[in-house]
Design a protein around this ligand. Sequence first.
Ligand code: PLP
Length: 470
Amino acid sequence: MNDKNKLLRKLPKVDFVLDELAYKNGVYVPLAIIKSAVRETIGKYRKLILAEEPFKFPKTSDEWNLIFTEAIDKKNRLNLQRVVNGTGVVIHTNLGRSLLGKQSMEALQNAASHYTNLEFDLSTGKRGSRYSLVEEIICDLTGAEAALVVNNNAAAVLLSLNTLSFNQETIVSRGQLVEIGGSFRIPDVMSRSGARMVEVGATNRTHLFDYENVIHEETALLLKVHTSNFRVIGFTSEVPVHDLVILGQKHGVPVMEDLGSGSLIDLSPWGLPKEPTVQEIVKAGADVVTFSGDKLLGGPQAGIIVGKKDIIARIKKNPMNRALRIDKFTLASLETVLRDYYDFDHALQSVPTLSMLTADADTIKKKGHRILRRLGGAQKVKNFIGLQETVSRVGGGAMPEHGLASWALVLQPGDMGASGFEKWFRSLVVPLIVRIENEKMIIDLRTILEDDIPLLIDILKQYMKKGQEG
Ligand SMILES: *Cc1c(COP(=O)(O)O)cnc(C)c1O
């Protein structure tokens, strides 16, 4: 009998393991999860044996028990987990973009666990519309005549194009045919919406006459797209939305702008680049403006469409709207975030995305000192962790080339290497996501929340202990 068969025979039997496994650490685990975790583990080892490549075969039943217990724990853990964001990217799309503040959370919880007037008009006792719950607030804040909210901004763009330009022409500048992360590409979305794309201008420069030259009876829409996640620099030119509006009015063609991030507050006083606000685009006369709920606005995932009354009415009536509609949890939290914007100073405090983006470097540095103090004597910590200046990012495809001055904890990797530690941090019960720079691990403190701090301290203590051992 060869080694392979010998090892295969040594693999534990499922039923035997189930009898053997003393899985009683106070956590309830459904038997189905235990069974499938044990089967998967044994299957994994069978594959390793058959692959005939070197690996460590567990020898004792204690070793096997540990392996099974870990597999069961892992399978029993929620797949969508909380993580600590040490990347310094505030609107991190892969880590869930914007966070909700306390009041939004309460509203969400309330709507989730109770009946609501989602589509019930309390004054008439008749059927109501879910859109009416936030429309007036959005109009107050943006100066628009009407508004509508959908699943996300990609849906907002798709729905608007489909309503306004199905089987008809939409003119768009070649410089604005962007791809946003997650496979959202303007040309692809346009073609799926049924709009016929007419490209004008050059990659770096488009002029008003480019639009004028191709506009005719078949033209249904002039589209402008905010080039969120990239910049063309040097010899460039874009047509301001107001000029498009004048051209559109002359020919009876509406103008739409996909703003992407769509900020309601000009953040330039806090050192961020000047971006057009939604209010400014509405004021410039755009007929439709679309933007995200969870980028610079700092709310839940949503797409917000604002614009002229007759056009929004057409979009609302589009049967596609039903497939793209917003859910009650989102509406509940979105309403509270929007209400925060009635007072900008209040919004800067209570919308986590805004407070993180506008946090000044000194405040972040103080957070770092606080953490270091709580880790114990500076002498003890010094070999492992230092505090140094770093640069955070806005993220979410917004303000791509702009860095925010920040402070970070810098960890020396030792023998395990930066990528070894990075992986270990990701494997923790509450994973910590770090950046690696110059073979060091960087924890940017801008995105470390107040209630992350006790967790982070615990993780850093484990890290220091590991470092001492290694
Ligand atoms: C981000 C973005 C989108 C997509 O918005 P989602 O909310 O992610 O669906 C569309 N257009 C632009 C210009 C964007 O920046």
